[in-house]
Write a protein that binds this ligand. Structure first.
Ligand code: BG6
Length: 486
C-alpha cells in the first residue's frame, strides 16, 4: 500500500530563519529581528528600549515592561538579519530542492515584506514580487509551495503601537494581509497554513503583547482564532480549490505510571494542545477550557459574531511539527529535559538529542493516531528532524548518518501509521531542509538540513551550499515514494 500517489514529500523553512536581507526592498522589522544569538546554556535575549531611551536586554521568555519598544542595536549580532541569505540564494536553493525530488516546499511569507508596519493600507510591491519569483521558481520544477502566513514574525510596529494581538484591530490588519496574498498568489499556491505552532506562541516575542498574564494571553489567542478563521473563509472564497490548515506543535504525552493520578495529569496536560485544535478544527471552545477560564477569573471579550466566525472558519487539515514526546506525572521530583518550546519530564526509556530533546520515533505514529482519531481530518507533518552539529570535512563532505537514522526511524513510524492505522496523511516536509538559524537558540551550529550552509553562529562564512550524505538518501526516499528508506 504505502504512501498515496502525489504524497507531498519535501522540506520546510520559515522566512525569519532563512531569508536575511532584513531591511531590503522595504521590509519592515519584526519582533524576531530583536532577538540576539544564544546557545543551549544561554537564552537568547530581546533588545528593547524603555521610554527614557535606555537600551535593555530581556531573556526571551520574560515580559517586556509597559511602553518598551523593540529595538535593534547596530553593535549587536542578530541572526535573522542575515540568516542564510536565502533572499539572494533562492534560485540556487530551490534548484537543490528540485534535485532531491521535492514535491512540496513549506515556507512562510514575511508579513512585513508585504506590509512593512503590518497595518499599511497599500502593500509593498517589491515584497510581493519577491514571493512571486520564489513561487515561480518552485512551480518551474513542479514543487508545490506550502505557505504559512505567519511563522512567529509579528510586525514590530504592531507590537510597539498596538500591544500586538491583545488589540482587536490587529485582526483586520492580518485579514488584509491574508486577502492580499491569497489574491496575488491564487494561481500559484494551493496549500496554506495560518499561524505556525499557534499553541506555543508567547507574550511579546510572537504575539507582541507586553503583559505576561493569562488574561491578556488568552484574549490575544482569541483574536488569533478569529483572524485565522476569517483567513480560512477568505482562502476558500478566493481560491476554492486550495486547502488551508492550522499548525500546532504536537508532542504526545505519556502518563509516567499507571497511577490514575498520572493518567489524569496527562489528560489535563494534553488539553494544552487540544484546546487549539478543538477550536480550529471542531469550531468551538471546549468545556474544559471554559471551566478553566471561569476558575481563574479569565473573561474573554468577544463580539457577537465571533463564535460563528470560528465555526465557519474550520481548517481543512492539521499541519503539525513533531520532534519529541514528553511525560506527565504528579511527582514533581522527576528530572526534566529541554524540548521544543518547553521543559518536559525526562522519559527514562528514551534517549535525548545533543540539545536534550527526547528521541521517540514511535511517538510520531502515536501523534498521528491521536489526532486522526480525535479530529478525522487529513494530517500533514510539516516539521520533523534532528538538530545536530555537522562537520564539513577537508574534502568537503558531511557524513550525517545520525540524521539519516533519525529520519529513517520516523518515516518508518509514519508509514506504519498509514499502512496499519489508516491515517490520512498528506505529506512530510522535514524541518530545515537547508541549514537555517535555530529558533530556540539562534545558533547556526544546530543544523537540520540535507544541505549544509557555510555560515557560523556569528554570520561568518562563505555562504556556500554543500550536499550532505542525507541529501542522496532523501532523494532515494522520494524517488521510491518511501519504499526504500534505509
Ligand atoms: C519549531 C519551529 O518550533 O521548531 C521552528 O516551528 C523551529 O521555527 C523548530 O526552528 C526547531 O527548533 P529549533 O529551536 O531547534 O530551531
Amino acid at each position: 500500500m504505502g504512501f498515496r500517489d502525489g504524497f507531498l514529500w519535501g522540506g520546510a523553512t520559515a522566512a525569519n530563519q532563512i531569508e536575511g536581507a532584513f531591511q531590503s526592498d522595504g521590509r519592515g522589522l519584526t519582533t524576531m529581528d530583536t532577538l540576539t544569538v544564544g546557545n543551549i546554556n544561554k537564552p537568547r535575549e530581546i533588545t528593547f528600549k524603555t521610554i527614557d531611551g535606555t537600551v535593555h536586554k530581556a531573556e526571551r521568555l520574560a515580559s517586556i515592561p509597559e511602553g518598551a519598544v523593540g529595538y535593534v542595536d547596530p553593535n549587536d549580532y542578530y541572526p535573522s538579519h542575515v540568516a542564510i541569505d536565502f533572499y539572494h540564494h533562492y534560485k540556487e536553493d530551490i534548484k537543490l530542492f528540485a534535485e532531491m525530488g521535492f514535491k512540496a516546499y513549506r515556507m512562510s511569507i514575511a508579513w512585513t515584506r508585504i506590509f512593512p508596519n503590518g497595518n499599511d493600507v497599500e502593500p509593498n510591491e517589491a515584497g510581493l514580487a519577491f514571493y512571486d519569483a520564489v513561487f515561480d521558481e518552485c512551480l518551474n520544477y513542479g514543487i508545490e509551495p506550502v505557505v504559512t502566513l505567519c511563522h512567529f514574525d509579528t510586525p514590530l510596529y504592531l507590537a510597539d503601537h498596538y500591544d500586538g494581538w491583545s488589540s482587536r484591530e490587529v485582526i483586520d490588519f492580518f485579514v488584509r494581509y491574508a486577502q492580499t496574498v491569497f489574491t496575488r498568489y491564487k494561481d500559484k499556491v494551493k496549500y496554506w497554513m495560518t499561524f505556525n505552532e499557534i499553541n506555543v506562541l508567547r507574550s511579546w516575542l510572537q504575539m507582541g503583547i507586553h503583559a505576561n498574564d493569562d488574561q491578556t494571553k488568552f484574549q490575544a489567542v482569541h483574536h488569533l482564532f478569529v483572524a485565522s478563521a476569517k483567513a480560512v473563509k477568505l482562502c476558500h472564497q478566493i481560491i476554492p480549490e486550495a486547502k488551508i490548515g492550522n499548525m500546532v506543535m504536537y508532542a504526545p504525552s505519556y502518563a509516567m505510571t499507571a497511577k490514575p493520578e498520572d493518567v489524569m495529569a496527562n489528560i489535563i496536560y494534553k488539553r494544552q494542545v487540544e484546546f487549539y485544535l478543538d477550536v480550529m478544527v471542531k469550531g468551538y471552545y471546549p468545556s474544559y477550557k471554559l471551566e478553566e477560564f471561569e476558575r481563574h477569573n479569565i473573561t474573554i471579550s468577544m463580539e457577537e459574531n465571533d463564535l460563528n466566525i470560528i465555526q465557519e472558519g474550520c481548517v481543512d487539515f492539521i499541519g503539525f511539527s513533531y520532534y519529541m514526546s514528553t511525560m506527565s506525572t504528579t511527582d514533581t521530583s522527576v528530572a526534566k529535559t529541554p524540548g521544543n518550546n518547553m521543559m518536559g519530564y525526562k522519559n527514562p526509556n528514551l534517549d535525548v538529542s545533543e540539545w536534550g530533546w527526547t528521541l521517540d520515533p514511535l511517538g510520531l505514529r502515536i501523534a498521528l493516531c491521536e489526532m486522526y482519531e480525535r479530529y478525522h481530518v487529513p494530517l500533514f507533518i510539516v516539521e520533523n528532524g534532528l538538530g545536530a552539529v555537522d562537520e564539513l570535512t577537508e574534502d568537503l563532505v558531511i557524513n550525517d548518518d545520525y540524521r539519516i537514522d533519525y529520519l529513517t526511524s520516523h518515516i518508518k513510524a509514519m508509514k506504519d501509521a498509514v499502512e496499519l492505522d489508516g491515517i490520512d496523511l498528506m505529506g512530510y516536509t522535514p524541518w530545515g531542509c537547508i541549514d537555517l538559524v535555530a529558533w530556540s537558540t539562534g545558533e547556526m551550529k544546530k543544523r537540520y538540513g540535507f544541505i549544509y550552509v557555510d555560515v557560523d553562529d556569528r554570520g561568518q562564512g562563505t555562504f556556500k551550499r554543500y550536499k550532505k550524505k542525507s541529501f542522496d538518501w532523501y532523494q532515494q526516499v522520494i524517488a521510491t515514494n518511501g519504499d526504500v528508506i534505509g
